[in-house]
Design a protein around this ligand. Structure first.
Ligand code: NAD
Length: 348
């Protein structure tokens, strides 16, 4: 078990990073040793400091409004906080945006990761340190699966298809290169689709909930049969903590929730659960066109290059680090719906 006192978490005003800090502060193994957690976030459209409200006043927590591509900033923060670990969540993360305008994906996801690596390497060699970088990546780097293909293991080759997944694949390769070439202590995690509180409304699950609550059309790409493997965000964060404390440098760990569900099934599950939690008839928004949440579902032209299926085989992290997801999809989605309902109805 590593002794970690000072952590930089990049992109922690976004979805997973903000939940990660909450999990870190609650984690028994970190409680005593942890001195500082510094969130470096550029606050793009996807970052929101409201996501950090739960621990904003915790004396260990610091917020820096900055860019991971800024060499002077990252170098000076590494020294100022005498950092032991960088956890890199900062990224452009929405596949649709990467198809429309890939520039920022190349800049933040590739150049930004390179900048963190070179700053950390320089920090370690000039001050004789061995600070670690844990880079958070995606299962999308492995490409698309057919229905009966086995899930991705860490040994699968990279075959990214979208500008987003290609940028993440590039960043993973850079991290591996800094380990092999310069001996930097690196860790990589590749996770499946996350869901839970604080996710931007552009992403599938929050978008479905918001459209339903507003009685607007719930649009699903293509025939809705594309399959994703869903992972509750707290389970993911606990997996990252395990990898951080006990993972082997230079290795990658796949983290998945073993919940393969098609997009159309997701939409129907959410609509059914909403009928109990916030019945269509009692929802004060008037609609002459529809009489149930499920009736709002419609299909639109497919996303360009839409990958058919992702599936993670998490055997390595289960066996080596004794990590297992605690939530089933049913328990996770129920909590998620309650959280968004409170946010949407309160903000009305
Ligand atoms: P997100 O889009 O919700 O948050 C990204 C955060 O990074 C935002 O707060 C944004 O302001 C910040 N950011 C963007 N560019 C920056 C820059 N140049 N410098 C500093 N901060 C910057 O993303 P997320 O869903 O929380 O994903 C976090 C990480 O996990 C990403 O690397 C993503 O590729 C990876 N991932 C996410 C999922 C998922 O389902 N959400 C699945 C697999 C992997």
């Amino acid at each position: 078990m590593r002794n970690i006192e000072n952590i930089i978490v990049t992109g922690a005003s976004g979805f997973i990073g903000s939940n990660f800090i909450k999990n870190l502060l609650e984690d028994q193994n970190f409680g005593k040793d942890l001195k500082t957690i510094t969130n470096i976030d550029k606050l793009t459209y996807a970052g929101d400091r409201e996501n950090n409200l739960d621990y904003e006043n915790n004396p260990k927590y610091n917020f820096i409004n900055g860019d991971i591509c800024d060499q002077d900033l990252i170098s000076s923060l590494l020294k100022e906080f005498d950092v032991d670990v960088i956890i890199n969540f900062a990224a452009e993360s929405h596949v649709d945006n990467s198809i429309e305008s890939p520039d920022e994906f190349i800049q933040t996801n590739i150049f930004g990761t390179f900048n963190l690596l070179r700053c950390l390497q320089e920090f370690n060699s000039s001050l004789n340190k061995s600070a670690i970088i844990l880079h958070v990546s995606t299962d999308e780097v492995f490409g698309s699966l057919k229905l009966n293909d086995p899930g991705f293991t860490e040994k699968n080759s990279y075959k990214p298809n979208s500008p987003y997944s290609a940028s993440k694949a590039s960043s993973d390769h850079l991290v591996q290169a800094w380990h092999k070439t310069y001996g930097l202590p690196t860790l990589i995690t590749n996770c499946s689709n996350n869901y839970g509180p604080n996710q931007n409304f552009e992403k599938l699950i929050p978008k479905i909930i918001k459209c339903a609550v507003n009685k607007e059309e719930i649009t699903i790409y293509g025939d809705g049969k594309n399959i994703r493997d869903w992972l509750y965000v707290d389970d993911h964060c606990k997996g990252i903590i395990k990898v951080l404390l006990e993972g082997k440098f230079g290795e990658t760990y796949n983290i998945g929730g073993k919940n393969e569900i098609s997009n159309i099934e997701i939409a129907k599950i959410i609509c059914n659960l909403l009928e109990n939690a916030y019945p269509f008839d009692k929802n004060p928004i008037k609609s002459n066109l529809y009489n149930s949440y499920e009736g709002l579902i419609s299909f639109v032209s497919d996303r360009l290059g839409h990958d058919f299926r992702y599936s993670i085989d998490p055997s390595k992290i289960e066996k080596d680090l004794d990590w297992y997801p605690e939530e089933t999809f049913e328990t996770g989605i129920t909590k998620t719906i309650s959280w968004y309902l409170e946010k949407l109805i309160k903000n009305d």
